[in-house]
Ligand binder design. Structure first.
Ligand SMILES: Cc1ncc(COP(=O)(O)O)c(C=O)c1O
Length: 339
């Protein structure tokens, strides 16, 4: 097998060109077979809808190296389903689930040398995306589409152990009440760059978005979902049509219930009722869980468990999910694709 000269311990979350990426074209009502290509640039029409009308969506998932040297994907079927929900919302053709998973496997196998070794928390991040391309001027769906996947090795989010960070509520919204918040479309992220910058300038890790209708309920923590652990040990997470359904969040809900015997609830989380929680966290593929030290809202910082140490329930959830993702703990049926 080819080897690459990478200092795995220094990996962060940044772009690096790997050997091969997958590209498939939709034209005349169907996807072609797709191919692995060396070129990491795309040549598309200047009139592509992806460039003018934001007709594009993406996904993010990881390939994990196990102790026995094999590689596994974590719930790629869920990413396929979410990609297709995003595609439907913005009038792009769906990618068949088998095609999506097969393309993920092709990309990982073709770049196997870039899958970091077991034991350091590093992974191979996959970035699937669908974009509208081809000559078009009016506001309407593109005549052609591309489905692509590239991959990049990334380091663990926390290098020196999990550390809580503080967040501040934003006056801006990432999505409209019945807009595209539940779809992973680029426009949501363009709109989040400025509120993120404002939060960082004030000394916070990121901002908390409140519900766009009333600004009284927590929706998202930057580009991650929120969860809180109540004093009577329930796992609570907000429910709203403008939240992006996090695969990590639904996985944690399952683990909280089935592995840790906790009650789980998806319901409103009021920003004025944070003292119902003894611990809180932000969850997503990138960091798995970021413990929330405190939330700054209306000139007051509400601290949960601690500003410096991760709480025990959060830590247990994190260790269990990471154990499953790296193949050390048996996964619920259907969660793992190994090869
Ligand atoms: C806005 C937003 N919320 C939540 C998440 C977490 O989702 P997941 O756990 O599927 O990575 C992401 C990342 O994809 C995101 O971009």
């Amino acid at each position: 097998m080819k080897t690459v000269n990478i200092d795995w311990s220094k990996l962060g979350f940044g772009y690096m060109k790997t050997d091969l990426r997958y590209i498939s074209k939709w034209k005349d009502g169907q996807w072609d077979e797709g191919a692995l290509v060396e070129d990491n640039t795309l040549t598309i029409s200047e009139a592509s809808t992806a460039l003018h009308y934001g007709q594009q969506c993406f996904e993010g998932l990881k390939a994990y190296r196990r102790k026995d040297g094999k590689i596994q994907l974590f719930r790629p079927d869920q990413n396929a389903k979410r990609l297709n929900n995003s595609c439907k919302r913005i009038m792009m053709p769906e990618v068949p689930e088998e095609k999506f998973i097969d393309a993920c496997i092709q990309v990982v196998k073709a770049n196997e040398a870039y899958v970091p070794p077991y034991g350091i928390g590093a992974t191979l991040y996959l970035r699937p995306f669908v974009i509208g391309v081809g000559d078009n001027l009016g506001v309407k769906p593109a005549p052609e589409f591309l489905f692509c996947i590239f991959c990049v090795p990334v380091g663990p989010y926390f290098k020196g152990g999990m550390a809580p960070v503080n967040f501040i509520t934003s006056d801006y919204d990432r999505a409209a009440p019945y807009g595209t918040g539940a779809a992973k479309v680029g426009g949501n992220y363009a709109g989040s760059l400025y509120p993120h910058e404002v939060a960082v300038k004030k000394g916070f890790a990121d901002c908390i978005y409140l519900d766009p209708m009333t600004h009284t309920k927590i929706e998202e923590v930057g580009a991650a979902n929120f969860f809180g652990i109540t004093h009577d040990n329930k796992f609570i997470t907000p429910k709203s049509p403008s939240i992006l359904p996090s695969i990590t969040k639904y996985s944690l809900m399952h683990l909280a219930k089935e592995y840790m015997g906790m009650e789980v609830e998806e319901r409103d989380v009021l920003i004025d009722k944070l003292d119902e929680f003894k611990e809180a966290g932000a969850c997503g593929t990138a960091a798995v869980i970021t413990p929330i030290g405190g939330i700054h809202h209306n000139d007051k910082l509400h601290v949960f468990h601690s500003e410096t140490e991760v709480g025990p329930v959060t830590k247990k959830l994190y260790d269990t999910l990471c154990g499953i993702q790296f193949g050390d703990i048996e996964a619920p049926e259907g969660w793992i694709v190994e090869f």
